[in-house]
Design a binder for this molecule. Structure first.
Ligand SMILES: [Zn+2]
Length: 591
């Protein structure tokens, strides 16, 4: 295996304009990390009939002392006012909010003889909502630890693990009988009692590696190895663990899914799969297994830019295709300090959600605690949801028009390979003392960009971390190189061009009877470090859209501005003028 040598960060890349040059990767055998589980993908289970219906999700995550304290009628009214058409409600796992009969399933100490979950389910059903039950199996109590010590996660030194945030509790083992047996019983009970549309499972995939007797034995039997003590992916035991853990979790997923479908065939489980590309599980397999998925990236933190929600949507879309994907957003801050009862600024919530919606995520607001300590989020979320309800017809996408793969690239007639900027390597040299700062080799012929055509495909390979470096230093030349590479690889006139001041996230979708261009205005002094404090409108934008073949535009509208823009049709291009954008404008082309 030829591994491209990592470049020193001071290595320079000499860029030159080059036309007609050809370079290939034919002699470099690239080996991509294979993190797929060993088995063949199973046939996908059938899709429950309701999965494509909900467009606006609500989540009420109860805390243990909510029963008896929180105002149930208020929440039902809020779901109605927000025109939420689906809801995720706390049912069980860590705390049961209904009179469970499963041994060791901990009833809320404030539950009394009530069935809070059942009351909420009944109320939401009256509103015509899709209802799914939330379970969270990651933590448990002393009685479980005493009766079933083997259900508790164990650290590398053999000690059972206390919960890091609630030390009176214990962390459970995700890959042993706690999940495979106990939580299966909990799910069966919830499904039998309430026939919910699905069961959502939070924190189901463990809290780090577990060294309990089951994990050690099962891993040894599967791989003939001891559990790894390091995170080094070069360690064969670590590599085997990554695959084995993944296999155990997919087995668990299928077990739970099969058991709830035996009770309610029109249901499924929805394990929380977190943040797309950062998932530790194979998203391709998940895309095959799941009829719908919830992208859990609730807000930005640290130096996350505001388009990260949309990026998450793109990642889930890549795994899920046309299946409905939902994006959880938090009404609070999501910084590492996890102030779970905090409330985020309205502008930040609007921008974050808009970018997700523009990228095909159906919104899902989440609120922890039925008792509200700060009500400032209620009105903004209500306004946002009512807006999306009004626009619903234009948010029911059939497909994105942006091409992700290269498969549609037409062959160009003369077949010349051409890239605007090619690059060659200049080896690294010292940065101090100043007298030593000179290139030892002025120029090499080691290419740093490999453009290649293969059949109808075009591929550009960078044997260096241009994307990561660009994010770190924001060098304009890296941007040029990336942009030209994308332009060359897509090999066509861009589908959409937007000219005007500011920074926009732009997506194009097709619905049954319309095309939509989403323009999310990210221009803000707080763009690169949230939260945004106010939304700042940008001026006129000229939109040029290449119409799909056969498309006959009837009428063009701006949804947020609620007006008809100035429009011109030139050949297969449609030009529209958008006078201004506050946070989110949608240009609708009715077909
Ligand atoms: Zn374990």
């Amino acid at each position: 295996m030829n591994r491209p040598a990592p470049l020193n960060r001071r290595t320079f890349v000499k860029t030159t304009c080059m036309a007609g040059a050809a370079a290939g990767i034919g002699n470099a055998r690239l080996s991509w990390p294979l993190l797929r589980a060993a088995e063949e993908p199973a046939l996908a289970p059938p899709k429950p009939s309701w999965v494509d219906r909900p467009m606006r999700w609500a989540q009420l995550t109860l805390v243990e002392d909510d029963p008896g304290k929180f105002d149930l009628a208020f929440w039902l009214d809020y779901f109605r006012r927000t025109r939420s058409d689906a809801v995720c409600l706390s049912a069980g796992g860590c705390v049961a909010y209904y009179p469970t009969q499963v041994p060791f399933h901990h009833r809320s100490q404030w539950l009394g003889d009530r069935d809070v979950f059942g009351e909420l389910v009944a109320g939401c059903r009256k509103l015509g909502m899709v209802v799914i039950a939330r379970t969270d199996p990651h933590a448990t109590y002393n009685d479980v630890h005493q009766a079933h010590p083997d259900w508790i996660a164990v650290d590398a030194e053999g000690r059972p693990r206390r919960h890091w945030a609630s030390p009176e509790m214990w962390i459970t083992c995700a890959l042993g009988p706690y999940n495979f047996e106990f939580m299966t019983e909990v799910k069966k009970e919830i499904m039998s009692r309430y026939r919910v549309d699905a069961i959502f499972i939070n924190r189901w995939d463990g809290s780090g590696i577990c060294f309990c007797e089951h994990c050690r034995r099962n891993f040894r039997e599967a791989n003939g190895l001891e559990l790894p003590l390091s995170n080094n992916p070069q360690d064969p035991a670590r590599r085997a663990y990554i695959l084995w853990r993944q296999q155990r979790l997919f087995d668990l997923w299928r077990l739970w899914d099969g058991e709830v479908r035996k009770i309610n065939p029109d249901s499924c489980v929805i394990p929380n799969t977190g943040g797309g590309a950062t998932s530790s599980l194979d998203m391709k397999r998940i895309g095959e297994l799941a009829p719908t998925l919830i992208a859990d990236r609730q807000a930005r933190r640290g130096l996350a830019p505001p388009w990260m929600n949309g990026k998450n949507g793109k990642e889930f879309r890549a795994a899920m295709g046309r299946k409905p994907i939902v994006g959880i957003f938090s009404v609070g801050l999501e910084e590492p300090y996890r102030w779970k009862d905090s409330v985020q600024s309205e502008a930040e919530i609007r921008l974050w959600v808009a970018d997700g919606v523009a990228n095909g995520l159906r919104p899902w607001f989440t609120k922890f605690s039925g008792v509200l300590h700060d009500e400032r989020w209620l009105k903004p979320v209500e306004a946002l949801y009512r807006r999306y309800a009004q626009w619903e017809k234009y948010l029911r996408h059939e497909r994105p028009l942006a091409r992700v793969g290269l498969e549609d690239a037409p062959r160009i007639i003369n077949g010349a390979r051409r890239v605007e900027v090619a690059a060659t390597l200049i080896p690294s040299y010292p940065d101090l003392p100043m007298e030593k700062v000179y290139p030892r080799v002025p120029k090499t012929d080691i290419p740093q960009v490999y453009p290649r055509e293969s059949g109808r495909s075009r591929i550009v390979y960078f044997p260096w971390d241009i994307d990561r470096t660009f994010l770190e230093v924001l060098c304009a030349d890296h941007l040029k190189l990336l942009r030209n590479a994308v332009a060359w690889a897509t090999n066509e006139d861009p589908l959409i061009t937007v000219s005007g001041p500011g920074v926009l996230d732009v997506t194009v979708w097709q619905q049954r009877d319309s095309l939509t261009v989403h323009l999310v205005n990210l221009t803000n002094p707080m763009m690169m470090k949230g939260p945004v404090r106010e939304l700042i409108p940008i001026g006129e934008q000229q939109v040029r859209l290449r119409l799909p073949e056969g498309a006959r535009p009837r009428r063009v509208r701006l949804l947020a501005a609620d007006q008809r823009p100035h429009v011109q049709r030139i050949g297969s291009y449609l030009h529209a003028t958008v006078p201004s954008i506050l946070d989110h404008e949608i240009v609708v082309i009715e077909l």
